[in-house]
Design a protein around this ligand. Structure first.
Ligand SMILES: Nc1ncnc2c1ncn2[C@@H]1O[C@H](COP(=O)(O)OP(=O)(O)OP(=O)(O)O)[C@@H](O)[C@H]1O
Length: 936
């Protein structure tokens, strides 16, 4: 009997592994498989020798036998559950055996399934279960674990339990139940018939595209005022082709930030408008009817002999047509509020007068309520917030319920579905209001009352969380063609991809169960093969080029180089002392929670501790907390007019530790709305600029505005007539400490000033420098905290450095003005930007330096920020300085970012420079879609 290690220090050990372990009945496991320690004291699970699996890498070739039950599935006694785990284990060896030749035959494809150490101890499972509930966001789980690992290790050592590695170490976290009672359903090849047909279609499309040199299409003269670059002509040809595709009419244009996705999309719109025959009124009406047939009424047939895919459209009844009749509109662009004007500008500047498109910005309180009016425009620009407000999620909610039922029936995805159930509307379906005569009144907004020809989601990662209202509402838009534009479609986990499949109606993956079967679970079984499969699917629906991509051996674009420097800064002695005290306090509190098994109950506390540590790295004063004056100014009068008990209740809410409903971090500049929901001031302000005035807290439909957003100082002032603006978040902080003074220049601020000085000569008595002919050297400085921007601003003022600022509390018009002045005014050399408000979409090529003051959870957000400067139009080399403080929580965030980068690179098959890995072959595709033994 050969033993196989199931315990390891492997950094991929994760929730998934633990879930897998939890799916096992521990006593059965120990009964049926002897367990004994290895030399490290780890535990081994022994497999029957007939499995052919050996301890060195699961490279055996024999599948464990399963006993089919009468209904064809395995019976699911505990013993069989154990079999399921063995099956999963053995599949690693199996996948190796049947890999096609072009697959790298490295042992890494045989990823071991490794429950955490100490799995034999029920105490471990108990501690884990209490400590890291699944509903916590992955980054939080990961970060908590990383930040407090030493503390928790101590506790675990004390309690004879092992360290549980964070979930991010494994890109996939598949809930236990997915491997539960009916795991047969998760074997490749055992999928429902429709899913198999749909998948075959994707396979055919991937095969058609394979190794086919992508053609180029250019627009006739006069349709654009600039020439398309080569990669944009390729994108145009690809998009035209995809819009004709029946597998999924549209796709994901995932080019790196700044490669010109906007202009590629404008070219597509122009192509369709000017190259299609002008339509008569009658044909437009007919189209309105046909458009009602969208979204799944077509039947797809694969003609395998001819390698063709055919579409058969079912005729719908005339009554249906009558009821569904909606005006046929052009292209709808949905984007974050901060890039709305940029889209309008691009449409204006890149299209010459003689072929102008009719563009409507659908934003603001006075937007039209008439769907016929919307239908008059070629392009309508709007925001995600407005879509969320106007488009009912009924269909998606029903699908969710279906998923739930399916999940319940098959024992899968219940954790996903449960989370969904708790989501928007509390699981209640939105229904139309009843009119006086009992008929249902359609409550949907104007956007939902037209049939769009094309819907384009710009910065499509905004919908990455499939459970959000925004994500569901986007799916609810009726459209013939659907597009996602994003340079960073995957940020935290593979689950995010599901959201795009669902929006694109890309079957079979638009269904969560099929997505798990076909994509998520294969990745969790063998990351190498699983990711190859995902890349094969992407081949059919995604076009991605990075700045490192070569076309015919030539760089896709000749941009000046970008150099990223990780600048590790040292704390001053005082800052270090401050930080260490804070860290020691945090650790001992975490230890106490862990020892008492109350970590999950102290979720908000722990997040706050983390926040303070992160902020202390920027400037100790951030930890002390002080309130932004702008909040109080707006709502002071309103607060004074509130009844006293309401003032006290709102103040209590603010003083009770909680999480911002929008960014899910402890709030910076906490504010509470009249309806009693707490946010960061910046987050709620940013939300309000998106033109939705419904409170963004789940289930809350209250109307909010700047006048009903209160901070602590305002409320305290009203309740106690107390003007004291103390927002100190830690009672133990010595406010007199030198590092807590506003004029204390923290190490990071000093580092920033040094960098500015290095390229401008500012911050010294000498005057600012500039490159002759190219204008002055400029920099963008990003921080996730507006208070850090305040502090940097004070230093800039001190040295008379002319700057502008962009944060979430500013109106769109003032943001626009700030960007324009930074880009054009030679006096303005610094732009202070909030990472939350300024990382997307904006063109700021006037800057050749980017300084990131603090680290963000996922590296793609930082990449987006950096690419505001490193994009088409940049003429100078770009230098990026990422500032971190040595030996702090920031080291662990860096490690976390590395893991996420690896996950994203695996999903796209890219190396560090962004180049693609080896191409897939036809044989690879067949294997990936069909398995080893099935004929195509
Ligand atoms: N063919 C072209 N000719 C001239 N300018 C171009 C061309 N293509 C793109 N640009 C310019 O390059 C800049 C970047 O383009 P764009 O904003 O479309 O990139 P993007 O891929 O959408 O980036 P992001 O993902 O950051 O939104 C813009 O200023 C745009 O006007």
């Amino acid at each position: 009997m050969e033993p196989i290690a199931i315990s390891s220090t492997d950094s991929e050990s994760s929730d998934w592994d633990l879930d897998l372990y939890k799916a096992l009945n521990a006593s059965q496991l120990e009964d049926s498989a002897s367990s004994f320690p290895n030399s490290r004291g780890d535990r081994f699970l022994s497999l029957p020798s007939s499995s052919g699996i050996n301890s060195t890498g699961l490279q055996g070739s024999i599948q464990p036998e399963r006993k089919p039950s009468q209904n064809g599935h395995s019976s699911h006694s505990n013993h069989d559950m154990e079999d399921d785990q063995l099956q999963i284990l053995s599949s690693f060896g199996d996948s190796k055996r049947i890999l096609p030749p072009s697959f790298p035959q490295s042992s890494s494809s045989s990823r071991q399934i490794v429950p955490p150490r100490g799995v034999g101890s029920s105490q471990t499972r108990e501690t884990y279960g209490k400590t890291y509930p699944h509903q916590w966001p992955n980054h939080v789980k990961a970060h908590m674990e990383e930040t407090f690992n030493r503390a928790s290790n101590d506790v675990m050592k004390d309690n004879h339990v092992s360290r549980v590695l964070p979930s991010y170490m494994n890109p996939i976290s598949v809930p236990t139940s997915q491997y539960g009672a009916q795991s047969d359903l998760y074997r490749p090849g055992v999928v429902n018939e429709q899913a198999a047909v749909d998948e075959r279609l994707i396979y055919q499309v991937a095969l058609q595209d394979l190794n086919q040199k992508l053609p180029e299409v250019d627009l006739p003269e006069g349709l654009l005022s600039v020439s398309l670059l080569r990669h944009q002509k390729i994108a145009l040809a690809w998009m035209i082709q995809k819009e004709k595709s029946v597998a999924c009419s549209g796709g994901i244009l995932a080019d790196d930030q700044g490669l010109g996705k906007t202009i590629s999309m404008i070219a597509l719109i122009q192509n369709q408008k000017f190259l299609s025959k002008p339509k008569s009124d009658e044909s437009l009406k007919a189209e309105a009817l046909n458009l009602d047939d969208d979204d799944g009424k077509d039947t797809v047939v694969v003609d395998e002999e001819n390698h063709e895919v055919k579409l058969i459209t079912e005729a719908s009844t005339s009554t249906q047509k009558f009821h569904n009749r909606k005006p046929a509109a052009g292209s709808l662009v949905v984007c974050p509020a901060s890039v709305l004007r940029q889209w309008a500008r691009e449409l204006d500047e890149k299209v010459p007068d003689e072929s102008k498109l009719d563009v409507l910005i659908y934003h603001g309180g006075n937007r039209t309520k008439d769907p016929v009016e919307l239908a008059k425009y070629d392009v309508v620009l709007t925001t995600y917030a407005i879509v969320a407000k106007e488009v009912p999620t009924k269909v998606t909610d029903e699908e969710d319920d279906d998923d739930q039922r399916t999940g319940d029936r098959f024992g899968i995805s219940s954790s996903f579905a449960n989370r969904k159930r708790k989501g928007v509307n509390g699981g209640k379906k939105k229904k139309g209001r009843k009119g006086i005569d009992g008929s249902i009144i359609d409550c949907s907004g104007t956007l939902a009352k037209v049939n769009w020809f094309r819907v384009i989601l710009d910065e499509a990662q905004t919908i990455k969380n499939a459970r959000t209202q925004m994500s569901k509402s986007c799916c609810g838009l009726r459209a013939k063609k659907r597009w996602c534009l994003s340079g960073t479609p995957i940020q935290n986990s593979i689950d995010e991809v599901f959201s795009y499949f669902r929006f694109l109606k890309c079957d079979p993956y638009a269904n969560y169960q099929s997505f798990c079967n076909q994509i998520k679970i294969p990745i969790s079984r063998s990351s190498e093969t699983g990711y190859r499969k995902l890349r094969a699917v992407f081949k059919a629906i995604m076009l991605r080029r990075t700045k490192g991509t070569l076309i015919d051996g030539q760089p896709i674009i000749n941009l000046p180089p970008k150099t990223i420097n990780l600048k590790a800064v040292d704390f001053s002695t005082e800052e270090r002392a401050f930080y260490q005290k804070l860290e020691a306090e945090s650790r001992s509190r975490f230890k106490a929670y862990a020892a008492a098994g109350t970590v999950s109950q102290n979720y908000a506390n722990i997040l706050l501790m983390l926040l303070r540590l992160r902020q202390a790295c920027d400037h100790p004063l951030l930890v002390k907390g002080f309130s932004s004056e702008s909040v109080s100014r707006v709502s002071t009068r309103m607060a004074k007019n509130l009844p006293k008990d309401m003032q006290s209740n709102l103040l209590n809410l603010l003083e009770t530790l909680t999480i911002c409903h929008l960014c899910k971090d402890p709030p910076e500049d906490a504010v509470v709305t009249l309806c009693g929901h707490v946010f960061c001031y910046q987050c709620v302000s940013e939300y309000l600029t998106g033109d939705d005035n419904t409170c963004p807290a789940p289930k809350c439909k209250s109307q909010i505005g700047a006048d009903v957003v209160f901070n602590k100082a305002t409320l305290r002032n009203s309740v106690h007539n107390d003007d004291d603006n103390h927002g100190a978040s830690s009672s133990r902080i010595d406010a007199k400490s030198i590092v807590l003074q506003q004029d204390y220049s923290s190490s990071k601020i000093r580092a920033v000033l040094e960098i500015i000085q290095s390229f401008t000569g500012a911050c010294s008595s000498s005057s600012s420098s500039s490159n002759v002919g190219e204008g002055p050297i400029k920099a963008i400085i990003f921080s996730q905290w507006t208070r850090m921007l305040d502090l940097v601003e004070m230093s800039l003022n001190q040295y008379c450095i002319v700057h502008r600022r962009l944060d979430g509390s500013m109106s769109l018009a003032s943001r626009d003005r700030a960007v324009k002045e930074f880009n054009t005014d030679p006096e303005v050399i610094i732009m202070l930007m909030s990472l939350k408000a300024g990382n997307l979409g904006l063109n700021m090529v006037a800057a050749s330096h980017v300084i990131l003051l603090d680290l963000w959870w996922n590296p793609t957000t930082e990449d987006q920020a950096i690419d505001r400067a490193h994009r088409i139009g940049q003429t100078r080399p770009v230098t990026v300085s990422r500032l971190t403080i040595k030996d702090t929580v920031e080291d662990r965030i860096l490690a976390l970012q590395d893991e996420k980068r690896k996950m994203v690179a695996s999903a796209f098959g890219e190396d560090q420079s962004g180049r693609s890995g080896p191409h897939l072959t036809a044989e690879d595709l067949r294997y990936l879609f069909m398995g080893a033994n099935q004929p195509v």
